[in-house]
Design a protein around this ligand. Structure first.
Ligand SMILES: NC(=O)c1ccc[n+]([C@@H]2O[C@H](COP(=O)([O-])OP(=O)(O)OC[C@H]3O[C@@H](n4cnc5c(N)ncnc54)[C@H](OP(=O)(O)O)[C@@H]3O)[C@@H](O)[C@H]2O)c1
Length: 295
């Protein structure tokens, strides 16, 4: 019987919820954390019936220092101060041109996707050290490839990648392994939760045409047979957590694998940039482009 404990952030839906199920199936004890946990306990009714005390549901808004401190206290008290695996999963996408995003929106994006993950990791390091544990950070295909009208989200995930790569080396002598998981588009609530820049759809926005194009491109993608189901990502995360030696990164989904193939080869970055530019010009901006310029 596996008696290891994992704490996962952002378990109300998507990858987080799938991971809860998958880790429980593999005999882990799971601390499933989410915002406003007291009013959303019913999300886990089935799992509680099936797995009893192996599932603990905890309130954790990743941006709240009180919630973070409480989560650490809980692990220290209930699991002899040890944590075998931390999965930094909570996150959302802020889309829109840099000019259309407010400063507050930009800061909030970094707060949730990067600062919170870094601060939670820091808070749990003593417990992870004691268990010679693992840290798995949910990055994205946008964590290694820039994309137009997605700069804030990309920057937050590039930051997660930098954190992961550096901690991987920094913490190895202390027995802690660190990896990032880089999914492409998957069918979760992510797409409907996307926040657009404050003036993305304002008639006066310079980027209104590509923004509308991107929005309908995104809607078309989420209506189609793709993107892939989220359980594949959850499976990869559990496989990582149970592997003897975690690789630096795991890429999930056909689109991310294709992009990664280009990115990590000589000349590949240029090819990837050309492909993305083509999507931007043809799909987002469409026929409006004249003589290669919008204005
Ligand atoms: N789906 C994709 O295509 C895709 C691709 C690449 C990477 N990702 C990454 O995968 C991770 C999970 O996203 P998902 O696709 O599973 O989307 P999702 O279904 O929208 O789940 C996101 C989770 O993050 C939580 N969250 C957001 N802000 C939070 C906060 N301040 N404190 C605590 N929890 C918070 C949400 O909780 P609430 O219910 O409280 O809002 C939700 O549980 C994210 O980091 C995302 O960037 C997703």
């Amino acid at each position: 019987m596996n008696t290891k404990t994992v704490l996962i952030t952002g378990c109300s839906s998507g990858f987080g919820l799938e991971m809860v199920n998958r880790f429980l199936e593999f005999d882990w004890t799971v601390v499933a954390t989410l915002r406003n946990a007291s009013s959303r306990q019913s999300i886990f009714d089935e799992q509680k019936k099936k797995y009893g005390s192996r599932l603990k549901v905890l309130n954790l808004d990743v941006t709240s220092s009180d919630d973070r401190a409480n989560a650490v206290r809980c692990v220290l008290e209930e699991f002899d101060g040890k944590l075998d695996c931390l999965v930094n999963n909570a996150g959302y996408g802020l889309f829109g041109s840099l000019e259309d995003i407010s400063e507050k929106q930009l800061r909030e994006q970094m707060e949730v996707n990067f600062f919170a993950a870094a601060l939670i990791t820091r808070a749990f390091l003593p417990a992870l050290r004691l268990a010679r544990g693992r840290i798995i950070n949910l990055s994205s295909v946008f964590g290694f490839s820039g994309f137009p009208l997605t700069s804030a989200y990309c920057a937050s995930k590039f930051a997660v990648e930098g954190l992961t790569e550096s901690l991987r080396i920094e913490l190895a002598p202390y027995g802690i392994q660190v990896s990032s998981v880089e999914p492409g588009g998957h069918r979760t609530r992510f797409s409907e939760q996307v926040i657009w820049g404050e003036s993305s759809f304002s008639e006066s926005s310079t980027y209104l045409i590509p923004t509308r194009g991107y929005n309908s491109f995104k809607a078309k993608l989420s209506r189609g047979a793709n993107p892939a189901k989220p359980d594949a990502v959850a499976k990869s995360v559990v496989k990582l957590a149970e592997s003897h030696r975690m690789p630096a990164r795991v890429v999930c989904g056909k689109d991310a694998i294709l992009m990664s193939f280009f990115r990590h080869r000589p000349l590949g970055s240029r090819i990837a940039e050309s492909l993305i530019s083509l999507i931007y010009r043809k799909r987002f901006i469409g026929g409006v482009l004249s003589k290669g310029k919008l204005l």
